[in-house]
Ligand binder design. Structure first.
Ligand code: NDP
Length: 399
């Protein structure tokens, strides 16, 4: 029998919800590339309810306890005194979400003597030292595609929010104002602009498809070029590198995983080659952008706006400069954790667990690391390495 340790974000400060703003969510049974949505044998939760927080438990408790396993759930994840670090010592399976990541550094992996399976309830396993996971023979799996469209919608929202200067204008309404000139002095139309994505995988391509209707020029760069018929169908211009693409864009959206190739990609040097007044939207991972270079570029006017929902570490300290830099439209890490997405990645987590306990193969598209190497989706999109360094700073967040 196994010990499952789940690290989930806290319940709402007003308490776990008893009612919701909508009664139903649409049922999504397959994704744009034909991949089927998660298909566990059963689910023990109501889709559309809050599952990603401590009380929601990803809807897993009755399934796991019914099968004789134990489930420990905590939000206390950072520092040597945390519940996570204590419970990790004899856990067989660790589950966490990128929104509230349980950083699995090499040191923590070494301490976790029973650990065999690490599940990301969502997408993006950079909070795990993949090199250490490979060396230790762990299986790392995530619920590929479960929230890709959720993020793509957030990206489109953030591009429009920046270009049209939505959030400062909303602020004038809240403060009782009617400051038209103040609102519009930084407001433009997206129409006719050039938008480029770094990474044209599930999210990047979904963003491009959604933006087509805005009559913009569409650019992309990726390690693998898309089929020519896809490029033609969406009117895409391919660039072989990020450096080649960004000087051609008014808006750059980042939709590639964090791995050694992409860490610190947007530094002072790259940003200086962008069009003055370009916008960056990064919902991929914070470390793809150099934290202080972004602040400098906003302060100097080299970029006109920065938005995204990913920070490093998570949660970020209260004095993280991205909270107060000018012309930003940041949210906490929420784009992939809508109630709609939670239903899918909770079902996907259960599917992975069912496969694991039945000794059935986990879908290839869910695998990141398996049998001592990058596997499945991980072999396609990642390179081996460690992106967790600095995660100990998360202890500085004061609740
Ligand atoms: P995909 O794997 O479908 O797409 C990622 C794409 O990035 C792939 O096409 C990959 O190339 C490409 N890529 C990898 N390295 C580079 C590079 N050096 N330069 C250019 N392109 C590169 O993943 P998703 O689209 O589903 O997700 C992308 C990322 O978004 C995730 O890894 C995660 O970090 C983040 N994410 C954020 C969420 C949020 O809530 N904010 C939720 C979900 C994901 P190829 O595979 O062709 O080699």
């Amino acid at each position: 029998m196994a010990k499952i340790l789940a690290v989930l974000y806290d319940d709402p400060v007003s308490g776990y919800p008893t009612t919701y703003s909508r009664d139903l969510i649409p049922t999504i049974s397959s994704y744009p590339d034909g991949q089927t949505a998660p298909s566990p044998r059963q689910i023990d939760f109501i889709p559309g309810q809050l599952l990603g927080s401590v009380t929601g438990e990803l809807g897993l408790r009755s399934f796991l306890e019914g099968a004789g396993h134990t489930l420990t759930v905590t939000s206390d994840k950072d520092g040597p005194e945390s519940v996570f670090e204590r419970e990790l010592l004899d856990a067989d399976v660790v589950i966490s979400q990128p929104f509230w990541p349980a950083y699995l550094t090499a040191e923590r992996i070494a301490k976790a003597r029973n650990l065999k399976l690490v599940i990301t309830a969502g997408i993006g396993s950079d909070h795990v030292d993949l090199e250490a996971a490979i060396a230790r023979g762990l299986t790392v799996a995530e619920v590929t595609y479960s929230n890709s469209i959720s993020v793509a919608e957030h990206v489109v929202m953030m591009i429009l929010a920046l270009v049209r200067n939505y959030i400062p204008s909303y602020g004038y309404v809240l403060r009782g104002g009617w400051n038209i000139a103040d609102c519009v002095e930084r407001s433009y139309d997206l129409e006719g602009m050039a938008v480029g994505t770094v990474g044209a995988g599930r999210i990047g391509l979904a963003v491009l498809r959604r933006l087509r209707g805005f009559d913009v020029e569409l650019h992309y760069t990726d390690r693998h070029r898309l089929p020519i018929d896809v490029e033609r169908a969406h009117g895409l211009t391919f660039h072989s590198t990020t450096a080649e693409m960004v000087p051609n864009c008014d808006v750059v959206t980042i939709n590639a995983p964090l791995h050694p190739e992409t860490e610190n990609l947007f530094d002072d040097a790259l940003i200086s080659t962008m069009r003055r007044g370009a916008y960056i939207v990064n919902t991929a991972r914070a470390k793809i952008c150099n934290r202080d270079a972004i602040v400098r570029a906003l302060e100097s006017g080299q970029i006109a706006g920065y938005a995204g929902d990913v920070w490093f570490p998570q949660p970020p300290p209260k004095n993280h400069p991205w909270r107060t830099m000018p012309h930003h439209a940041m949210t906490p890490h929420i784009s992939g954790s809508s109630l709609s997405a939670q239903a899918r990645y909770s079902a996907g987590t259960r599917e992975i667990l069912e496969c694991w306990f039945d000794d059935r193969p986990i879908r290839d598209e869910y695998l990141i690391v398996n049998s001592g190497q990058l596997a499945g989706a991980g072999a396609h999109a990642y390179s081996a390495g460690d992106s967790t360094s600095g995660s100990e700073e998360a202890t500085e967040f004061e609740r």
